[in-house]
Design a protein around this ligand. Structure first.
Ligand SMILES: O=C(O)CCC(=O)C(=O)O
Ligand SMILES: [Fe+2]
Length: 258
């Protein structure tokens, strides 16, 4: 076991060891998914991307790699993901078996994207959240295979999970909160993808943090950082890895008859 304070990678034997308790199936959290050095390199690449790569929203900005979806749901296979977004994240992610049970060999050799059409993520969204910015509660929709892998960089914040009400509205109080530390990986799948909404509150300080109120408390790298129940946010950048279901050749899309 390496010293957690050294900023190095610590992967679980299987996803089962990283399962967030007390949540609907299924979510997984790994506090030390990338090293401090890897975090720094990715942040430098993001910072050096051409200005035109950023899409500025009212409070937040984002980059889409390798490109925006066309018609809202289709990825053109003109360019692959750049190496700095592939390595080390994707091979490392695919190296973690779903289960370490030696009796179920098929399961133990398979990974979280084994059932997705391209067997790995093909799309990355980069979101930047300065303090007091967030993202409204939403669902990610039908363009993606229902597995979302989020790498957090720079600072910690809480992702809130909300229940949709019968009348189509949203219960304003989150049902659960997941605290994401820098260099962590959060994987959400199944009901958390399809039934619940997720969002980030536009606040400067995440408050009332404790073992009782944070679903992944037992999996945090440094729960002592939040011993006073608070997380003062600095700028957090997230990388959201997903598999876009529809991939189309540019020519094919242009030649298609209406
Ligand atoms: O930044 C995050 O952790 C969430 C981003 C998100 O929900 C999205 O881009 O759909
Ligand atoms: Fe989302």
């Amino acid at each position: 076991m390496t010293d957690p304070s050294s900023g190095s990678v610590r992967l679980p034997q299987s996803l089962e060891h990283a399962r967030i308790p007390n949540l609907p199936p299924s979510a997984f959290y790994m506090a030390d998914f990338i090293s401090e050095e890897e975090e720094k390199l990715i942040l430098e690449k993001i910072e050096r991307a051409p200005k035109a790569r950023w899409r500025q929203l009212t409070h937040r900005r984002l980059q889409t790699w390798p490109s925006d979806l066309v018609r809202g749901d289709t990825l053109l296979d003109t360019t692959p993901l750049p190496d700095w977004l592939k390595d080390p994240v994707i091979p490392r992610l695919l190296s973690i078996p779903v289960s370490s049970d030696s009796d179920t060999e098929a399961q133990s050799s398979s990974h979280i994207f084994a059932a997705s059409p391209h067997k790995q993520p093909n799309h990355v969204l980069i979101n930047e959240y300065p303090p007091e910015t967030g993202i409204m509660p939403h669902k990610d929709g039908g363009a993606y295979h229902p597995v979302v892998c989020t790498v957090s960089l720079g600072s910690s914040l809480c992702l809130n999970l909300y229940k949709a009400k019968e009348d189509g509205g949203i219960d304003p109080d989150p049902v659960w909160r997941i605290l994401q530390e820098p260099r962590s990986l959060l994987i959400t799948t199944q009901d958390l993808y399809t039934e619940y909404l997720h969002g980030i509150e536009p606040i400067a300080v995440d408050a009332d943090l404790s073992e009782e109120t944070v679903a992944n408390w037992s999996l945090l790298r440094s729960p002592s950082d939040f011993a006073e129940g608070k997380n003062s946010r600095e700028t957090r950048i997230s990388l959201t890895y997903r598999d876009v279901l529809k991939v189309s050749k540019l020519g094919g899309l242009l030649n298609r008859r209406p």
